[in-house]
Design a protein around this ligand. Structure first.
Ligand code: 3EB
Length: 352
């Protein structure tokens, strides 16, 4: 008897994430666990074994190192194998694939379009996303659940255009070229932050089974932002939700103080925090509405990652979150630049 695809869908693996202190002992024991999909650290000092070698499977993001000394862990209940294709390093189980890619100007050909130089970062974004879509299509993980983008000097300008806007052109071109833009359900939940330096780094989680994209009624869909925010709109959804049978996982994108398409409360980090949380609450309400399940989410069910432009704002932001979320909810603070100059905070959230 053959196992049908439907039988597999009836019993998908589960997905777990945690934020832990990256001690050698903790990482060593994790790396030997069967279901490890990925470890992400956010410091410039690489974790190394005592003999000086790096532990395989750890992705290093170059942030300032200010903020919580935690790393992000993704695990599944299924056996995992590791692989590498093109510039992507990945680990995958039957139902999930976690991967990352890092590209610099040296990895892309000098391009030009109608006589104009294509900024290398734009080419990096396009190449990174094209490689990701090709991997997912060929290996049978069609659903890009969640993606994190770390853009070097995100607010810097070169070739007459801000780096985040260059990135958005390349990203959208890849979605268009790979036929992933027509169906809005194909657009993943995402975060986009600035790294200090180094390559464009993108890491992602994909699944064999379909997730459901969710938008926020208080916000213009990012893929419909008008041209005042750049030649190409950002390609991400406000949230994605996947039903794994016993488990339902909700990924809320990086969320900021934006109503419609406009920034609110420029310069006021406390008000921006409250507005970001109001947006997250609205995304949760929308998820509960479209999912129409009995297991409804609320703000206290989530784990949070908070990116602060100025780490000195941490006590102010923490005080606001303490008023809105149970102290039992994990909150992980990092310093990173945000994609709009006037944004001081971006908050992402996950429930598993
Ligand atoms: C926003 O709502 C804030 O470009 O992938 C948040 C999450 C933001 C993801 C992205 C950007 C992105 O526009 C910024």
């Amino acid at each position: 008897m053959t196992i049908s695809a439907n039988a597999m869908i009836a019993d998908p693996g589960h997905l777990y994430f945690s934020y832990i202190r990256p001690t050698n002992a903790a990482l060593q024991s994790l790396s030997s666990e069967e279901g490890l999909l990925g470890i992400v650290t956010f410091r410039t000092d690489f974790w190394r074994e005592d003999d000086g070698t790096t532990l395989e499977g750890i992705l290093q993001i170059s942030l300032s190192g200010r903020g919580d000394d935690l790393c992000e862990i993704w695990q599944t209940t299924q056996p995992v194998v590791a692989g590498k294709v093109g510039d992507i390093t990945y680990r995958c189980s039957r139902d999930f694939l976690f991967g990352s890619i890092a590209l610099t100007a040296a990895d892309v050909p000098a391009g030009n379009h109608r006589g104009l130089i294509v900024p290398p970062l734009q080419s990096c974004a396009e190449l990174a996303y094209k490689q990701i879509f090709s991997l997912l299509d060929h290996h049978g993980y069609p659903d890009l659940l969640r993606i994190w983008n770390f853009i070097p000097d995100i607010n810097g300008v070169s070739h007459g255009l801000e780096h985040y806007r260059q990135f958005n052109i390349g990203r959208q071109d890849a979605f268009l070229a790979c036929g992933r833009f027509l169906e809005k359900q194909n657009i993943p939940a995402a975060s986009a932050l600035g790294s200090i330096d180094g390559p464009l780094v993108v890491y992602f989680l994909a699944a064999r089974h379909k997730s459901v994209a969710v938008e926020n009624p208080r916000q213009t869909s990012a893929y419909h932002y008008p041209r005042e925010y750049g030649p190409s709109s950002p390609t991400f959804s406000r949230a994605g939700w996947i039903d794994l049978g016993q488990q339902k996982v909700l990924f809320i994108s990086g969320t900021a103080s934006i109503i419609g398409h406009q920034t609110r409360y420029g310069g006021d980090v406390a008000a921006q925090t409250r507005e970001s949380m109001a947006n997250i609450a609205a995304v949760i309400a929308e998820t509960n509405r479209v999912a129409a399940t009995t297991s409804l989410y609320d703000l206290n069910d989530l784990s949070y990652k908070v990116y602060l432009r100025h780490i000195t704002d941490l006590p102010i932001v923490r005080a606001e979150l303490d008023l809105l979320v149970t102290p039992a909810a994990p909150v992980f603070y990092l310093q990173a630049d945000i994609c709009r100059q006037d944004l001081l905070v971006e908050i992402e959230a996950t429930a598993g």
